[in-house]
Design a protein. Sequence first.
Length: 425
Amino acid sequence: MSFVARDLVLLWAMFLLLLCIQCSGSSMKTEAKIKSAVFLSPKFELGPGSVVNGYYYDIGFPRGHVALKSFNAEVVDESGNPVPLHETYLHHWLVVRYHQSKHATQNSDNVLIRNSGICQGNTLGQYFGLGSETRGTATDIPDPFGIEIGNPEEIPEGFHEKWLLNVHAIDTRGTKDKLGCTECKCELYNVTVDEYGRSIRPDYKGGLLCCYDSKQCKLKEGFEGPKRSLYLRYTVKWVDWDDFIVPVKIYILDVTDTLKLSDNSKGMNSDHDCKNEYQVESCSTDHKEGNSCVHEKRTSLPFQTGGYMIYGAAHQHSGGIGSTLYGQDGRVICSSIPSYGNGSEAGNEAGYIVGMSTCYPKSGSVKIIDGETLTLESNYNSTKEHTGVMGLFYLLVAEQLPYQHFRHSTRSSFFMDINNILLDN
Ligand SMILES: *[C@@H]1O[C@H](CO)[C@@H](O)[C@H](O)[C@H]1NC(C)=O
Ligand SMILES: *[C@@H]1O[C@H](CO)[C@@H](O)[C@H](O)[C@H]1NC(C)=O
Ligand SMILES: *[C@@H]1O[C@H](CO)[C@@H](O)[C@H](O)[C@H]1NC(C)=O
């Protein structure tokens, strides 16, 4: 008995040791192979008070079958100098994946490849996207995880994989009310109909409907300033794909998501209505006794396929004081808090959100169960009214952990052999 038992223990120890060597080997390997490239978006021009909401197709991006490891961006001028938010407010930028037919003649033929969820339609399908907090928000994906792109098996015959960049920026130099312009207050833009000529309902005080491309925010009397040329400069890091990389799925949750459950004969169908933005009433107009001047918004959403959270970060606008994602049992999955600048230089602009804290749980320690209902909470300081605010949560989820992944990947036959030896004994 003791002979077999000792053998088993020895073999088991060997197995664990080899597993460790294999794991650390893979992360060393991944670190060594990290590639990085800096790209410039097409040029956009902004004069004082003006707005750009540009869609740039087929931007510079890593090609081939790779795993993305990070995406960082900032607005720069023609000399490459970072532009501070109090001059050019970066409302948001989004990076969207699409498939373009080799015979396509127009952009409407492109097939958008959405992230894993859970909003529907054309909103919040991006792979990356942030706003004013861009310079101070970590986006690195820890080893051995990565966002898999360019897998030839997933690109349909006759199509190319391409990337679209949307940049929405507002030049607030010389404006009468900088915060109002960044919050897209309709009266400052003198806007009563949206981009498509539809009239805007009277109780809509501000938001994306009022600061569309080429709109103009109100300037101080007599202010004049030069137009200037700007770019979004972005840095992408990636590694070539290999079987040791564990893919993560991208989820973007929206606190304005009102889930409509519809019954049909086959069961329940869900319909996510994500409105992107909402309004925060000022606590003085919101006559509640003992109002703490914190506006809290919550939504509960079922998460169909769970996994392990690898990274989490919220997106909020000025006035935001933090956002938390809770599990069904009330545990905190991730809490993300904005940091505000207190200077004037790019990256530290007073009064602006210059970074969001992120969650990097120890691998495997934060698990979301299949079908678990998550609750997203977004809090704003309501001392002042805020229009067009957002409450998003960006999550990266791995459906398997490295050890499980290796067991299932083609290179794991060695481990299977060891397991077989153990079982044979
Ligand atoms: C605001 O818009 C209206 C109609 O679109 C126009 O008649 C008016 O001159 C504009 N006001 C300003 C200050 O631009
Ligand atoms: C800004 O905040 C930092 C960190 O909290 C602090 O060290 C610094 O003194 C502050 N600067 C100003 C000008 O208030
Ligand atoms: C909200 O903002 C006001 C004024 O800027 C500030 O005095 C107050 O402490 C803030 N409250 C919270 C909860 O951050």
